[in-house]
Design a protein around this ligand. Structure first.
Ligand SMILES: NC(=O)c1ccc[n+]([C@@H]2O[C@H](COP(=O)([O-])OP(=O)(O)OC[C@H]3O[C@@H](n4cnc5c(N)ncnc54)[C@H](O)[C@@H]3O)[C@@H](O)[C@H]2O)c1
Length: 541
């Protein structure tokens, strides 16, 4: 990410001239210069939006950005690791699959016939129907903007489009009865969709929302009762009335969702600030204990099921640009994961099986946009063994050119974000960022080719610190050493922190890693029973 083309051109000039004894330093898009280093050091070190904490409010960002001294962090884009929509399709598939499993009765394994209702066919949200099809459910996604609907329909990510709610419901009933995996779009307002489903007592299995509620007043969420065009006019000409219509719509949307969850629907927040903005709008979204009625997908699904075990979004890019190389890497990754599955403990068999299914389907699903890149979720052992197998295949000439390893920031160790990536950490440390800062420092001296750390990204400036890396592997012994040393740290830093926060999956995962890796010694928590703690405190009184 750059603030202007001059920065881009200067960075390209440095990259084309630099040697293995220099490191390029990037300050929020500004190439500070090439500094002498050594071949094992990162070739590029990137920071974005790193400000003194007291100056990290959104208004500060407006000022610093206008002055050109800082820029918004972003996640993978800020780490030069963006690979198009594939990452979000994968993450959404895993989320829908595991949300659906919460609804399965004993002995059932298929999500066939389940109904998933959500909103948004935009940049990231547009992955929902595609993911629904891969997970095997019937999905209905509301989208107010006809252009967004046409784009996703034209691209084949949405199968059918409806503007009539009765016709849509008839098709839903038919698809459920036939257990079809089909994605239906409702071109209209999501409030109307939820109210229609609630009024008609439709039994919905899974519910979510991916309108852009992190930005509710400037086009992220369109109020009910207005067309898309009318809403845009009101937003510009009568912003206060627009805000009040948004709040009223959110209250109505939540009331309809509450009615359906009272009949068994599982609803989850998908990282778009739906719960937060609904509470600010005065919707009936808070539980008796002062917490939100509904969980976020990280609290319920990704945190305890994936991040605590070190499973996260490992990705790679074939620098040859050759689709045949990518197909070879897919086959290698599938083989390695199947080998690991054969002896894996029960607690991670499901995660492995989902990703074997994913990687086998990834090629036929044509998910590549631009670079020949792939993503899957794996734990430390999986990431390391896959990377080692790629390195060996490059050395043997089976893969024609070096590969760049990397990952999404939506991961076990790289991101401190109290309402998203670290929202299932409950010991108070979810508001600290030691993990993300240590992660990037540790990656930097263990063999990453570039490292990066940012403020902002996904949830907003001041709300998150996240870091990433890139590692070029070329078939050499040095690459093999870097893979072993850096990936072990890059995953286990976060597991160790989650274990110290007393997350059960993480305690078990870090103990397993210590058995595998004799040099690893992690401080484990001692779990005291509540009665012992209570009596100790009472004795002090
Ligand atoms: N959980 C995650 O991993 C994750 C990942 C990416 C994005 N997000 C969040 O998801 C949200 C959506 O991201 P995006 O990139 O798709 O944004 P986007 O703005 O491109 O898409 C949102 C869509 O919602 C539609 N919409 C808004 N109000 C509506 C309404 N009332 N009824 C029907 N449709 C309506 C908009 O027309 C738009 O097309 C953001 O808040 C983002 O931060 C979460």
């Amino acid at each position: 990410m750059f603030q202007n083309w001059a920065q881009y051109l200067l960075a390209m000039k440095y990259l084309s001239e630099m040697t293995d004894n220099q490191t390029l330093v990037m300050y929020s898009g500004h190439p500070l210069g090439l500094f002498p280093s050594h071949p094992d050091a990162p070739r590029v070190v990137v920071t974005n939006g790193m400000v003194v904490p007291n100056y990290s409010k959104p208004d500060d960002w407006e000022r610093f950005n206008a002055m050109g001294v800082s820029q918004y962090g972003q996640m993978t884009a800020g780490s030069y690791m963006y690979i198009g929509p594939q990452g979000i399709v994968h993450g959404t598939t895993i989320t829908v699959l595991n949300a659906g499993r919460k609804r399965l009765k004993n002995g059932e394994t298929s999500l066939g016939g389940m109904l998933f209702v959500t909103a948004g066919l935009g940049g990231m949200s547009g992955a929902q129907p595609k993911a629904g099809n891969i997970a095997g459910v019937v999905s209905v996604t509301a989208e107010i903007n006809p252009k967004a609907v046409a784009t996703r329909h034209g691209q084949g990510w949405v199968d059918e489009v409806y503007t009539s709610l009765p016709e849509l419901l008839a098709r839903v009933n038919e698809a459920r009865a036939r257990r079809e995996a089909v994605s239906l779009a409702y071109q209209g307002n999501v409030v109307d969709l939820w109210e229609y489903l609630a009024d008609n007592d439709v039994s919905v299995d899974l519910g979510s929302d991916q309108t852009s509620l992190h930005n509710p007043w400037a086009g992220g969420y369109y109020p009910a009762g207005l067309s898309f065009e009318e809403a845009k006019v009101m937003m510009a000409e009568a912003p206060e009335e627009f805000k009040s219509r948004v709040r009223e719509s959110l209250r109505r949307q939540v009331a309809a969702i509450n009615k359906l969850t009272s009949k068994g629907m599982y609803f989850f927040d998908y990282g778009n600030a739906f719960l937060l903005e609904s509470s600010r709008a005065g919707a009936d979204i808070m539980g008796a204990d002062g917490r939100f009625r509904y969980p976020s997908y990280v609290q319920d699904i990704m945190g305890p099921g994936f991040f605590d075990y070190g499973f996260g979004p490992f990705r790679w890019v074939c620098t040859s640009g050759n689709p045949e190389d990518l197909a070879k890497t897919d086959a290698i990754a599938a083989r390695v994961l199947e080998e690991i599955l054969a002896t894996a403990p029960d607690e991670i068999k499901g995660q492995l099986s989902d990703n074997i299914h994913w990687i086998k389907e990834a090629g036929p699903n044509n998910l590549v946009v631009g670079s020949q890149a792939r993503i899957l979720y794996a734990d430390c052992e999986g990431r390391t063994r896959i990377a080692r197998a790629f390195n060996d295949a490059i050395a043997r000439g089976e893969i024609s050119a070096p590969i760049v390893l990397g990952r999404d920031h939506h991961d076990v160790s790289g991101t401190d974000s109290p309402y998203r990536e670290t929202s299932n950490i409950y010991d108070g440390s979810q508001f600290t960022a030691d993990m993300a800062v240590h992660n990037v420092i540790g990656d930097g001296f263990r063999g990453a080719t570039w490292v990066s750390i940012h403020n902002g990204g996904g949830v907003g400036w001041g709300e998150v610190i996240n870091g990433g890396f890139g590692m070029v592997i070329d078939g050499s012994d040095d690459s093999a050493r870097h893979i072993d040393e850096m990936l072990l740290w890059d995953v286990n830093n976060g597991i160790a922190r989650r274990s110290w926060a007393r997350n059960p999956g993480a305690i078990s995962a870090i103990k397993r890693e210590m058995e595998r890796t004799p040099l690893l010694q992690v401080t484990l928590p001692n779990i005291a029973s509540d009665s012992v703690v209570d009596s100790a405190i009472n004795n002090l009184k």
